[in-house]
Ligand binder design. Sequence first.
Ligand SMILES: Nc1nc2c(ncn2[C@@H]2O[C@H](COP(=O)(O)OP(=O)(O)O)[C@@H](O)[C@H]2O)c(=O)[nH]1
Ligand SMILES: [Mg+2]
Length: 229
Amino acid sequence: MKTAIRVNRDIQSEKKQRATAFREKLTRQGTLILNLVSSPGTGKTSLLEATARELGNRLRLGVLVGDLATDRDAQRLAPFVPVRQLTTGGACHLEISLVEQGWQELGEPELDILFIENVGNLVCPASHDLGEHIRASLLSTTEGDDKPGKYPKMFRTSQVMLLTKMDLLPHLPFCVEDAIEDARLIQPDLDIFTTSAISGEGIPQWCEYLEQQRQKLVANVRASENATD
Ligand SMILES: Nc1nc2c(ncn2[C@@H]2O[C@H](COP(=O)(O)OP(=O)(O)O)[C@@H](O)[C@H]2O)c(=O)[nH]1
Ligand SMILES: [Mg+2]
């Protein structure tokens, strides 16, 4: 005989609370958390490789990288930065429970910046808070300049947009101004970077932004500690 059990729990709000707790814990340690989101193949792992090469000798970095299957991205990043692969087993986005688990497997290190590379997908990851301070959407020149308006939630919930694969621009009908205008119609406060992991264009500016954001986080933590003294 089957018995129905009623579960009176709001699972989404539980996940949000866990994400908030994770963000607060790492904020107190001075760790800036970034959630990188985009379609598959936009260049998230390549950007992280370039970022780790540029910042790895100045800042303590760590990466959690999500995929449906395989640890290929973790293998690519391992020479540059401490990394753990989060394999979702088919799920199209990361959730806070996997992030917490990956963080424990990394050894809960005190980092300056923790990057989370989400599963390649411009839809579902928009609805899941992973405890990040900054959500960065990547859009590559090969995907078309009309995508922000077609996937509005992803860009509306982001603080940063990176236009990637700028080295290919001469070969493609991609208009940088149109892509930026489309995105800013959705999220007027977006910080925008144009980058290429191949030529290195925009990587120093992106890394400078990351350092500034991390310094701001640390300054805010100190200010609130002083206020409670
Ligand atoms: N031309 C060019 N190719 C890139 C760039 N960044 C990544 N790629 C290529 O795009 C493909 C997907 O990159 P990857 O970093 O794996 O994307 P991810 O799936 O978003 O992590 C790979 O073949 C990369 O070599 C770039 O800036 N310029
Ligand atoms: Mg990747």
